[in-house]
Each structure stands twice: as structure tokens, then as C-alpha cells.
Design a protein around this ligand. Structure first.
Ligand code: 5AD
Length: 354
């Protein structure tokens, strides 16, 4: 098959044989990228029109018990600035987000064991009670089935847990031996079983990643059928073991967004902060390639610079929640409209909760 035929088949059927998927990525060029993006926009517009959904991201703790080799929040990074927010601080952020029009709040943190499960549940409950039309997304790492169930019963709607890489051997090159792809996968399937809208995703151009790894990621996602897929380029952090590893660019991530949109027409696909960090127009390009979600930062200003997953992470410019009008204008400039709605995965709204 040539590129045109591959894109046509992916568009029509949502899938390609593995070797053709690999070739599609390997042989990408300007012409085939544009063809892919045109098709991706068709699929996106069939399902979401020109709407862009917003998620207000509250990074509520930079403490982490894990030691992932790529991440600036890893526990061995003694230079990392640690903070955690109180329930009141978190509620204040959520209220500000609500006033700005956000109807999804994402609570993200390192794996900080100083919050008990009951405290997490209480924070979720309080947000849902005060702002019942708001969806709450958790992104707090690997937990047991019982913990996930507790948060769900407290009202959490969605959960983000990137799979990072679907190849166990590659996984072991990015993580210390106490973390495994097997457990990551278990978590993702537990979350789905409980009834969460689940987000997975990989880091693109992570150290040691091969093209075959990326193809495996796509096929793993096909099997998992997540409701959301967060993917962005790896960016080196100066105080991690991967400090000298080359950072990814925006081009491959954007091409993959196009493929993901054709594989998953209804998926919620953010143009991520990492993409916006590595390329000043990364988010627009991501949207033009099939993405339909943006996640501005709602964390208190005084802690924003401390949630440093990677070097240069943007946090004070137009990605910040208070610049919401600028974000709206930038989206209008590419023909899209930011909507102040929950933006659930199709068929997964509050009326469908178990
Ligand atoms: N570069 C890019 N993304 C990173 N993440 C963590 N560290 C980095 C990095 N150095 C991503 C991971 C994680 C998400 C919260 O941030 O994919 O799941």
C-alpha cells in the first residue's frame, strides 16, 4: 500500500495491519500528513463539530513516591520543590475555574500518600456538592480496585492514567523495577470496569522508544478502548537520569494525533501541555490534526512553577486558565469554538453512571 491507500483504509475501517501502520508512520511526509489531518478533521467534526472542550487542571501536590526516570517530580529529585494544597486551596481553585466557565476539573498530583483515601473522596464530594454540573477527573496514579471504587462512589467521573508505553521491556527502561506495565494495565482495566471515563496514552519519542513500540501503543489502545487519550512529546528534565536524552518534537506527536482520531473517532483527545511547550503553536496544530480538548492550568499561581514534570513546562502564558479569553480567541482563529460544557465521552454522561 502507499500512503494514500493506508490513510483511506484507516479512515474507512479505523484500523490497519500492524506492518502498514508502521509504514504509515515511517513514511510520513508533508503531503501524507496533510491528507491524514484532513480525514481526521472529518471524523472529529462528525462527532464533535467545531467544539473544543476545556479541562481546568489543578496540580494539587508535587510529592511523589515513585522514581520514574523521566519525571521531574521523581522522589530522588532532591531539587524538586514540593508542595501540597489543602482541601480549601483546592476548592478555591475549583471555584475560580467554575467562574471562568470550566465544567471539568482535573485533580492531578504525584503519588502523594499524605492524603488519605477518605480525604481524596471528601475533596471530590465537596466539589460535586458545590458544583454539581462539574465533572471531576482524578489523575493520582496507581491504586487498588477498592480505592478507585471509593473515589468513584464519592462522585469522581473520570480518571487519567497514561500507560506511557505498552511494551513491558520498554516500560522497564523508563521506570524502576517496582513499577510494571502489568500493574499499569491492571489499573486501567479496573478503572474501566468500575465505570470511569478512562484516559490512557503514551509519551512520544521517549528514550529508547522504537517505531514498533509506538505501533504497540496504538494496538494496546485499540484493545483497551479508552475514552480519552493523552499523548505528548517526551521533554528532558535537567535533574533526572534522562537529562541528556534528546527531547521529542511536535511533528510525530501531531501525526499520531491524526492516526488516533481515525482509530477512535469518538475519543476525547487533548492537545497537551507538553505539545504546547515544545512548539508555540503545538496546540493549534494538534487541534487541526484531530484533537478536541485543551487543559489549561488552574493551579494557584505561586505553585505553578513547582509542578515541573519536564524543563520549560509552560504555566504562566496563554495556557493558563486566567487567559481563557486568549485561548478562546486562538481557537476561533482556527475555526473552533470553546464550549463551557462538561464534554463527556459520547454515551458516558452523568445519566449513564452506574
Ligand atoms: N516529558 C514529557 N512528559 C512527561 N510526563 C512526565 N514526565 C515527562 C517528561 N519528562 C508525562 C507522563 C505522565 C504525565 C502526567 O506527564 O506521561 O503520565
Amino acid at each position: 500500500m502507499n500512503q494514500k491507500e493506508r490513510i483511506e483504509q484507516l479512515f474507512e475501517t479505523g484500523i490497519l495491519p500492524k506492518e502498514e501502520m508502521r509504514a504509515l508512520i515511517e513514511e510520513r511526509d508533508e503531503e501524507s500528513s496533510e491528507e491524514l489531518f484532513v480525514k481526521a478533521r472529518i471524523r472529529k467534526e462528525e462527532n464533535f463539530g467545531k467544539d473544543i472542550y476545556l479541562r481546568g487542571l489543578i496540580e494539587f501536590s508535587s510529592y511523589c513516591r515513585n522514581d520514574c526516570f523521566y519525571c521531574g517530580l521523581r522522589r530522588s529529585n532532591t531539587k524538586a520543590q514540593r508542595y501540597h494544597l489543602s482541601k480549601e486551596d483546592i476548592l478555591t481553585c475549583a471555584r475560580q475555574g467554575y467562574a471562568l466557565g470550566f465544567r471539568t476539573i482535573v485533580l492531578q498530583s504525584g503519588e502523594d500518600l499524605s492524603y488519605s483515601d477518605e480525604e481524596i473522596a471528601d475533596i471530590v464530594r465537596s466539589i460535586k456538592k458545590e458544583m454539581p454540573e462539574t465533572a471531576v477527573t482524578l489523575s493520582i496514579g496507581e491504586k487498588t480496585y477498592e480505592q478507585y471504587l471509593l473515589y468513584y462512589k464519592a462522585g469522581a467521573d473520570r480518571y487519567l492514567l497514561r500507560h506511557e508505553t505498552a511494551d513491558p521491556v520498554h516500560y522497564a527502561k523508563l521506570h524502576p523495577s517496582d513499577l510494571s506495565f502489568e500493574n499499569r494495565k491492571r489499573c486501567l482495566y479496573d478503572l474501566k470496569k468500575i465505570g470511569y471515563q478512562v484516559g490512557a496514552g503514551m509519551m512520544v519519542e521517549a528514550p529508547f522508544q522504537t517505531l514498533d513500540n509506538l505501533v504497540e501503543d496504538l494496538f494496546f489502545l485499540k484493545e483497551l478502548q479508552p475514552h480519552m487519550i493523552g499523548t505528548g512529546p517526551f521533554i528532558a528534565h535537567k535533574d533526572t537520569p534522562f537529562k541528556d536524552m534528546p527531547s521529542g518534537g511536535s511533528e510525530l506527536t501531531i501525526f499520531l494525533l491524526g492516526i488516533l482520531r481515525l482509530m477512535f473517532p469518538k475519543v476525547l483527545l487533548p492537545a497537551t501541555t507538553a505539545l504546547g511547550t515544545i512548539d508555540p503553536y503545538g496546540r493549534e496544530k494538534g487541534i487541526m490534526a484531530g484533537a478536541n480538548v485543551i487543559m489549561p492550568n488552574l493551579s494557584p499561581k505561586n505553585v505553578r512553577g513547582k509542578y515541573m514534570l519536564y524543563d520549560g513546562k509552560i504555566s504562566t502564558g496563554e495556557e493558563a486558565a486566567e487567559s481563557i479569553e486568549k485561548i478562546r480567541k486562538r481557537m476561533e482563529a482556527i475555526g473552533c469554538h470553546v464550549k463551557n460544557v462538561r464534554g463527556d465521552a459520547p454515551g458516558m454522561g452523568p445519566e449513564n453512571r452506574q
